[in-house]
Write a protein that binds this ligand. Structure first.
Ligand SMILES: NC(=O)c1ccc[n+]([C@@H]2O[C@H](COP(=O)([O-])OP(=O)(O)OC[C@H]3O[C@@H](n4cnc5c(N)ncnc54)[C@H](O)[C@@H]3O)[C@@H](O)[C@H]2O)c1
Length: 476
């Protein structure tokens, strides 16, 4: 079939789908989660001295967001890769040259800026996290953003040193490590938060309301989630970089494995750990359950050794079973980016499609109209299908003004144009939990329920088997 012919067929299919949902009124009930959270967000409080271990891509992002929280000061940083250690410290000292990470304090804590920079200028850099934990007695909390294979070891050391932690996802690499870390977190009474920032994302918060309160799908029966990219994780490593450090001292085969840890089964869980674990988390959240079994196929089938450079799968396709027969179909591929990232939640009354950047709702033609539909105005999704375009900070309420209020959050940005608002809110909450001795939202239980299915899915794909996920895998 020619591509033109395929496009005509695709368009006529879309048109039929649009007709089926055409009666669907289009607006949203009141939803102001973003503003409400911002209003509730801490304006500051007692100072919290933090350290960071792992100042790579995510560490720099996490640090940037943490430093926007009033009262948070960087006292120490650790990384074994010298350029990243330097970059991490530069962010806190407001000396970063990166357009993403510079001027972290501006607009968020202007009054404290000088003090925060002064503290950061005195902050020490380390290559050995154990030495840092030993020496930095007045560090109260630690951000951990190192490769997956190190999470359990480093997070455990921090907890044992009495530090609150914000540890990046996935929780840990193996079932045993997840359980051990979960137990430590549970018994410690410390604030142990994991990098599942979706719980602060306005679109996913809106999804929670639509699915769990308004029940726009009725009972959830089926889910789909996907993360499709046409790119490789491979980082080039120059000859000079190969000589920069002895990576074997830190448990890596060589510098290439340190820099490309995502691509090796020894240090990574591949696409499931890096991408799917966020989406399993969302599916768990909305169903209130966690997978009981998984089957799947995956492979390193399409990218050459030069393009991919490692041995983890470049494509994965799995089906997870949830309690009550609910299924989640999962796909992540590396050679086609169509539809990007998203989750689709389905039930007899409708479908909710979400991504980090927005969402859409379709009511099944046979389902009863929702109370607020009469305030609707027409909207179509990117494929021309009629439905409700989700606007996380817009308002149309029953008895309200009948038109949208507030500014729509285009592209997942918040009111300050910050696309990383969920990361920042997650950090704000972390600081607030530390100050108020509260347990965090994205705690070890959320993290273990996201991690175990990914670990078992890799096992199912590697063994080409149906793998049961027994309830005791989620307990500690
Ligand atoms: N929450 C999210 O949305 C999100 C997004 C991207 C990455 N992540 C997670 O963040 C973590 C880091 O990912 P990344 O993309 O920043 O990787 P990265 O390779 O860019 O950074 C990892 C850093 O850890 C350092 N490191 C490695 N071993 C160390 C050790 N023993 N001690 C100190 N430092 C060490 C490396 O030198 C590097 O600077 C991963 O777990 C990843 O899954 C989360």
């Amino acid at each position: 079939m020619t591509s033109e012919r395929r496009e005509v067929n695709r368009r006529s299919f879309m048109k039929e789908t649009a007709v089926a949902s055409a009666t669907f009124a289009t607006a949203l009930e009141s939803f102001k989660a973003q503003q409400a959270m911002a209003a509730e967000a801490p304006k500051g409080g007692r100072p919290i001295n933090i350290a960071i271990i792992g100042c790579g891509n995510m560490g720099q992002g996490d640090l940037t967001q943490a430093l926007k929280v009033p009262g948070v000061f960087l006292k120490a940083a650790c990384d074994i890769w010298p350029p990243n250690l330097e970059d991490g410290l530069a962010i806190a000292r407001n000396e970063s040259k990166s357009k993403y990470f510079k001027n972290v304090y501006d607009g968020f804590r202007d009054a404290e800026k000088d003090e925060a920079i002064k503290v950061a200028k005195e902050a020490k850099g380390y290559t050995d996290y154990k030495e840092m934990l030993e020496k930095e007695k007045d560090v109260e909390a630690v951000i951990i953003a190192t490769p997956l294979s190190t999470h359990c070891q480093i997070a455990s050391a921090c907890i044992k040193a009495g530090k609150h932690i914000y540890s990046e996802k996935m929780m840990a690499k193996t079932v045993e490590e997840c359980k051990a870390l979960g137990k430590l977190a549970k018994d410690s009474g410390l604030v142990v938060q994991f990098g599942h920032q979706q719980h602060w994302n306005s679109w996913y918060k809106l999804g929670e309301k639509l699915l769990m309160n308004d029940k726009v799908c009725g009972k959830i029966t089926h889910m789909r989630a996907w993360w499709n990219r046409n790119s490789s994780w491979l980082r080039g490593v120059s000859d000079d970089e190969k000589k920069l450090i002895d990576a074997t001292k830190y448990g890596y085969k060589d510098v290439n494995q340190l820099r490309n840890w995502r691509l090796f089964w020894d240090t990574s869980g591949g696409l499931m750990a890096e991408l799917a674990c966020h989406q399993i988390d969302v599916a768990n959240w909305y169903t209130g359950g966690s997978p009981t079994a998984v089957i799947g196929m995956g492979g390193l089938d399409f990218l050459s050794a030069d393009e991919w450079g490692g041995n983890v799968f470049d494509n994965v396709q799995c089906v997870f079973e949830y309690p009550g027969g609910v299924k989640l179909m999962y796909q992540s591929i590396s050679t086609n980016s169509y539809d990007g990232q998203g989750e689709q939640i389905m039930g007899p009354d409708g479908t909710v499609i979400l991504s980090r950047k927005g969402g859409f709702v379709f009511r099944e033609p046979k389902a009863a109209k929702l109370a607020w539909e009469k305030h609707a105005s027409g909207a179509k999704d990117a494929k021309g299908r009629a439905g409700i375009a989700m606007k996380a900070d817009s308002t149309v309420t029953e008895g309200g003004k009948g038109k949208q209020e507030g500014k729509a959050m285009g592209g997942g940005k918040d009111e300050k144009g910050d696309p990383y608002h969920d990361y920042r809110l997650a950090m704000m909450d972390w600081a607030q939990c530390i100050r108020e001795k509260k347990q965090p939202k994205a705690n070890w239980e959320i993290a273990i329920k996201a991690a175990i299915p990914c670990i078992m899915a890799n096992e199912a794909m590697q063994k080409k088997a149906y793998v049961e996920i027994k309830p005791d895998l989620y307990t500690v």
